[in-house]
Design a protein around this ligand. Structure first.
Ligand code: ATP
Ligand code: MG
Length: 302
């Protein structure tokens, strides 16, 4: 697979803080990749180094083989960045924010109008095109930054907490927009504190804590890092003790509920057969799956 983003032994020391220790990571072309970590983990620092907003202390960073320092202009043109903090001229019209950014990336004036209209319509901002940024809501401002990031059709889209302060409905519509972009081929790197967002969107996730990668795997595999699923059986009548046929499971009895902690090796059909042989009458059955949030807390707890 072609590598879109390659970080090798990346280190960043600020005056008093060592923000990144030896970060090595590669993200393939077309991936939807999540970077998770608690406040201060080093996510924004990593992104700032990728986009040339901050200098690394040592190590190397390249985008599609272009070094972000020695091939700065080419590398920068490959990226569309949606930063964590609003960084637009609040007195400028939303339309002009895109228009000027198009100019920055060398898009001819004659081509700008069509591109801007397309993006603003896709993001439901067209009605607001003539409003100054300061008159837009927080969610709309985020969307203007997303449109701005896409104006030069970058191969990589980097979003630093794109849905912070965005309402549920808008968040869901942004998710489908990002999924559509990814299906069309754009590589996406996303940071978020909404774990369910990473769970819904990202194919692979790196969890960083205090400048170090503490987990890096497919979202599916990370979900399996903790013990497997839980199965709860609600019985018709309370039991005095756990039946013999079920004694070899990790199971807790509480009156008329039996809660099983399932290990990956446990077969569900065998379990149900054992329950049947114990002559239990079940009124309700529930399963709960691990949430990525539990895995995240497990990995980053102090
Ligand atoms: N310009 C700076 N000068 C000095 N220290 C900085 C600077 N920017 C970030 N840091 C420090 O580097 C560390 C990592 O910060 P960073 O902004 O990368 O974290 P983050 O993972 O993006 O956190 P958050 O989830 O809060 O956005 C923190 O300890 C922070 O205080
Ligand atoms: Mg940050």
């Amino acid at each position: 697979m072609t590598e879109a983003i390659t970080l090798k032994n990346l280190k960043k020391e600020y005056k008093n803080v060592s923000a990144l220790h030896d970060l090595t990571l590669s993200i393939g072309q077309g991936e939807f990749f999540g970077l998770l970590g608690p406040n201060g983990a080093g996510k924004t620092t990593t992104i700032n180094i990728l986009t040339g907003l901050c200098n690394k202390t040592s190590g190397s960073v390249s985008l599609f083989g272009k070094d972000v320092v020695s091939d700065y202009e080419e590398a920068r043109a490959l990226i569309g960045l949606v930063p964590q903090e609003f960084n637009m001229d609040f007195f400028e019209k939303a339309y002009n924010v895109l228009y000027f950014n198009a100019g920055y990336f060398g898009i001819p004036r004659s081509e700008r109008a069509a591109k801007i209209e397309r993006l603003f319509r896709d993001l439901d901002l067209w009605e607001k095109r003539n409003s100054p940024v300061r008159e837009l809501s927080g969610g709309m401002k985020r969307k203007v930054m997303i449109a701005r990031a896409l104006i030069h059709q970058p191969k990589i889209l980097i979003l630093d907490e794109p849905t912070a302060g965005v309402d549920v409905e808008t968040r869901k519509s942004l998710w489908s927009y990002l999924e559509k972009l990814n299906k069309e081929g754009i590589t996406i790197l996303l940071t978020t504190h909404y774990i369910e967002e990473a769970e819904a969107l990202c194919q692979r996730i790196a969890v960083i804590n205090k400048g170090r990668i503490v987990a890096l795997d497919s979202t599916q595999k990370l979900l399996h890092l903790l013990e497997g699923e839980t199965l709860t059986l609600h019985l018709e009548k309370p039991l005095a003790k756990i039946p013999k046929a079920l004694a070899h499971y990790t199971v807790v009895l509480n009156q008329n509920t039996l809660t099983f902690s399932l290990k990956p090796k446990d077969s569900l059909s065998q379990l149900l057969a054992d329950v049947t042989s114990a002559r239990l009458s079940i009124v309700k059955l529930e399963t709960t799956q691990n949430k990525l949030e539990d895995v995240f807390l497990h990995l980053t707890k102090k």
